[in-house]
Write a protein that binds this ligand. Structure first.
Ligand SMILES: Cc1ncc(COP(=O)(O)O)c(C=O)c1O
Length: 394
């Protein structure tokens, strides 16, 4: 049984219907269950709400330092050292107005038009979007959705004289993989051999299910740490997507300088809101118990969803080791994912994301992606509708 905070009555549905955009409740007709974008359905933890309320009540909201509040940068560096086993100093941290913005700033710092960047296929669309926004070309490294693995020799073979960046998503959205140490070592080996920097997205690193263990790329040793640009945020583990806050951990202070310049934060044209940094500090420093309870709830929802979906004829899936997304293969149904998604939405009133190239790359074909970061009651109803829609005669 899930504890308080994650029950049906803890889902603030009226507010979600007003406030949850980005493919979610506020964008869908009433009565549709939103299992779309990866955003929890629960309110943020009490220490975050208290910290926000106290800062908001003070009424004093001046400009903060462009790179982020010193206390925020310290908190992020401590988080990296103590929770991720990665050497870090505050001078290497840039506060950003979302992990998405962090990815963009890193890509724009490291890439020029004509360069190539290697990303997984499938993977969250933000990787391709960041690389392309920097004017560079995306090169895709297949991850086999059935086994969830990539071939390090294939990665090495994709490196050309124009390659300037490797991208890692750990844990991986949408496959839910938590890369094992040996896999990361193989990845790091290619980066180090070719002297290639890595855009390392760890936004999902708090959402990991035992026996899987999260290993941070930069913890593997100084050679790879010197190449690693880690991006993280608070949208998944703490439900702060609307506060638009995250951080980048640059390999060194000189890298941070380049990143800060390129991000334009010193012009005041970009940067993270001080209020959001206050919330993120509370998340890092005072929410360990809440997060553990959330992950325990998610684990139950994962097991429930995997068990139910595996019974649907024509659907196959792997249980994610981390994240709160599922990526079922529905290709055996013989209906394009986009058509299925439309049918599920209009006839069965459940919304999921199609495994379309624009969201995850060509390697996502024949899949759906759905989230289970909701209450048991909502998830059961959503899964029942999904099963009905996927088994209906065509
Ligand atoms: C892998 C990955 N990176 C980044 C993001 C974006 O996070 P944020 O809301 O902090 O921009 C997401 C959100 O789905 C994600 O899955």
């Amino acid at each position: 049984m899930s504890g308080p905070g994650f029950l049906d009555e803890d889902v603030p549905m009226a507010l979600l219907r007003q406030r949850a955009f980005n493919l979610r409740w506020a964008t869908l007709p009433p009565g549709v269950i939103a299992l779309t974008a990866a955003d929890p359905d629960f309110a943020a933890a009490p220490p975050i709400r208290d910290a926000l309320a106290e800062y908001a009540r003070s009424g004093v909201y001046p400009y903060g330092p462009p790179e982020g509040l010193p206390s925020f940068r310290e908190a992020c560096a401590r988080f990296q050292r103590e929770r991720r086993g990665v050497p870090a100093e505050a001078a290497q941290i840039l506060a950003v107005d979302s992990a998405a913005a962090g990815m963009l700033h890193v890509a724009r710092t490291l890439l020029q038009p004509g360069d190539e960047a290697i990303i997984f296929d499938p993977v969250d669309f933000l990787f391709a979007a960041s690389v392309e926004a920097a004017g560079a070309t995306v090169v895709r490294l297949p991850v086999d959705p059935r086994t969830g693995t990539f071939d390090p020799d294939r990665l090495a073979a994709l490196v050309t004289p124009r390659t300037r960046l490797l991208c890692l998503c750990n844990p991986h959205n949408p496959l839910g993989r938590v890369w094992r140490r040996e896999e990361l070592e193989a990845f790091a080996d290619v980066a180090v051999r070719h002297g290639l920097p890595v855009l390392n997205d760890e936004i999902w690193s708090d959402i990991v299910y035992e026996p899987a263990r999260f290993v941070s790329l930069a913890s593997l040793g100084p050679a790879v740490a010197r190449l690693t640009w880690t991006v993280s945020g608070f949208s998944k583990s703490h439900g702060l997507a609307g506060l638009r806050v995250g951080f980048v951990h640059a390999p060194d202070a000189a890298g941070l300088e380049r990143l800060a310049e390129r991000s334009l934060c010193r012009t005041t044209m970009t940067g993270a809101s001080t209020l959001s940094q206050v919330a993120a500090m509370a998340a890092m420093e005072h929410c360990a118990d809440h997060l553990a309870a959330f992950v325990a709830h998610l684990r139950r929802m994962r097991d429930l969803a995997v068990e139910q979906l595996s019974q649907v004829p024509g659907v196959s899936l792997r249980a994610p080791e981390g994240t709160f997304v599922l990526f079922p293969d529905v290709s055996a149904l013989g209906v394009p994912a986009e058509v299925l998604v439309e049918r599920l939405l209009t006839q069965y009133r459940v919304a999921v994301v199609p495994g379309a190239p624009r969201w995850f790359g060509p390697g996502a074909a024949g899949h759906l992606r759905l989230v289970f970061s909701t209450s048991e009651g909502i998830l059961r109803e959503g899964l029942a509708r999904l099963a009905a829609g996927l088994t209906a005669p065509r």
